[in-house]
Design a protein around this ligand. Structure first.
Ligand code: PNS
Length: 170
């Protein structure tokens, strides 16, 4: 039987528990999930693509390397997905705010590569409120990040933003 591969693309600036939850559930559906950091994201990034790849590799180290791969790509997502032999693009959906952008992207990708299916999974309710943007803001203010990002990412955020240990809430 042929093995089914999905590309799970994103900026991952930085990866959050929400991203990891998507990968965890993605491997239930696909034989192989390639977590792919986009080089050419239109967003200004805090971390370099190399740093984002490293954080993902550290955070996903517990998986069978044949099932979960971390990589990066430049250019069009569908071209990368084709080169990898992927049958699907896997994305997470939080509340309604994500829908319009995801819908547009899925339509364009469908036009460019009708053979690759966009698959969306609803975010685990525990991570519904999380985004990389809010995580960066929380890190800037010294908030305890343990409920937002895996430990290797929390360490990098603190290094990057020059903040000491988590603030004690009063
Ligand atoms: O985590 P993000 O920022 O929502 O991820 C968006 C991403 C990187 C998946 C998207 O911007 C993307 O696919 N970029 C590569 C260029 C591309 O193929 N764009 C869509 C067709 S024009």
């Amino acid at each position: 039987m042929s093995s089914r591969c999905a590309v799970c693309p994103g900026s991952f600036d930085p990866p959050t528990w929400g991203h990891l939850s998507l990968v965890e559930r993605g491997v239930l559906l696909f034989d192989r999930v390639i977590v792919a950091v986009a080089y050419n994201s239109s967003k200004a990034a805090l971390f370099s693509p190399e740093e984002r790849v490293e954080m993902l590799r550290e955070s996903l180290a517990g998986y069978d390397p044949d099932r979960v791969v971390v990589d990066s790509f430049d250019g069009l997502l569908v071209d990368y997905a084709r080169r990898q032999g992927a049958v699907a693009i896997l994305r997470g959906l939080r509340a309604t705010g994500d829908f319009e952008y995801e819908f547009q992207m899925a339509m364009v990708n469908q036009q460019l590569a009708p053979g690759i299916q966009s698959v969306f999974m609803m975010t685990d309710a525990r991570w519904l409120h999380l985004s990389s943007t809010i995580v960066k803001e929380a890190a800037f203010y010294g908030v305890d990040l343990s409920a937002m990002v895996p430990p290797p990412v929390a360490v990098r955020l603190r290094e990057k933003l020059g903040r000491p240990s988590p603030a004690v809430s009063v």
